[in-house]
Structure formats: C-alpha cells, structure tokens
Design a protein around this ligand. Structure first.
Ligand SMILES: [Cu+2]
Length: 177
C-alpha cells in the first residue's frame, strides 16, 4: 500500500508545483500593462488651479507614478472648461517661452514624478465654463493610454505669474513671467 501511495503523492505534488510555477510566470509577465490599470498607480499631489474670470486657465500639481511601467496621460476633461489640452512650454525661434499642446501626452516615468508647474508642463483649460475664484474647487479626469482614468479635485488659487504666450500667436500675448 505504502509503496504505491508514495509515488502517486509525489506526482501530485509535482503537478501542483508546476501549476504554481506557470501561474506565477503568467501573472508577472503582463502585469505591467494589463493587470494593473494606470489609473490605479497614478496620483497627483498639491494640485491647484489658477483663478480666472473667463477664457483660459491652467491646472498644476505633481503627478506620481507608483507603478513599474511608464504611464502616459493622453487626455484630460473637466466640467470647468469646455475644452482642455495637455500643454508643454518650449522656447521658440525668437527665444520666447511659448506653450503648446504636447505631442503624445504627458509621460510619467515608472516610479517617478512629473511636475506640472507654471512655466512648464500644465493642464490647459481652454475655455472656462464659469469663473474660477480662489476658494472654489475644480474636478479633473485624466485618461491614460490604457483607457483607465484618474479623477482628482483641485483648489482654485490666485496666481499672477507665468502667463506664457500661446504658440499659435492669438490675442493672449502678455507679460513675461
Ligand atoms: Cu497652456
């Protein structure tokens, strides 16, 4: 009895450990792009929105990627503005700092931060739906390249610096920062 039981038990143990091994491998390989939604590993710290009566404004903060894959923010929406864009600030041929829609979205490197700040990358509110006054709050939804999303609420603050020129050269030319 014992002599027939032992090999059978060994075989069973062997089969289980094989399953465990393959299960493990199957889980860890695609984990970075399938199992974990980008919206679950990205947060924003110190988010705020610039107060404005009408027209354009911008939102800032530090995007934190706690995951082990680079994350790309492809779009953003908010009730505060009928249209929003992801902007970068670059120097044009004339040596002026101008802002424009960033090509390919915001990339937050794996395990790192991406700072959105006046004079740099920012979330652009192109056309406010109502005045944003200091003390108000605005809610934003970021959408990532895997179609997951992350919602955050940011307080509105008065801020007078960093009124960058808009690259398309419209009526919003203004002071240097
Ligand atoms: Cu902008």
């Amino acid at each position: 009895m014992n002599t027939t039981k032992t090999p059978a038990r060994l075989a069973a143990v062997f089969a289980v450990s094989l399953l465990a091994l393959t299960g493990c491998a199957a889980e860890s390989a695609p984990a970075t792009d399938e199992s974990i939604a980008f919206g679950d590993v990205v947060t924003i710290e110190d988010a705020w929105v610039k107060a404005a009566d009408e027209g354009m404004s911008a939102s800032f903060g530090t995007l934190v990627n706690s995951g082990d894959a680079d994350v790309t923010v492809v779009s953003v929406s908010s009730d505060a503005s009928s249209m929003l864009e992801l902007h970068e600030t670059v120097e044009n041929e004339a040596g002026e700092m101008v802002m424009r829609e960033i090509d390919g979205g915001f990339v937050i490197p794996a395990g790192e931060d991406l700072v959105l700040e006046p004079g740099g990358n920012h979330i652009m509110l192109m056309d406010l739906t109502e005045p944003l006054r200091a003390g108000d709050e605005a809610t934003f939804t970021l959408t990532f390249s895997d179609d997951s999303s992350y919602e955050f609420t940011a307080p509105v603050k008065d801020y007078s610096g960093a009124n960058e020129n808009y690259e398309e050269g419209d009526e919003h030319e203004d002071m240097d920062h």
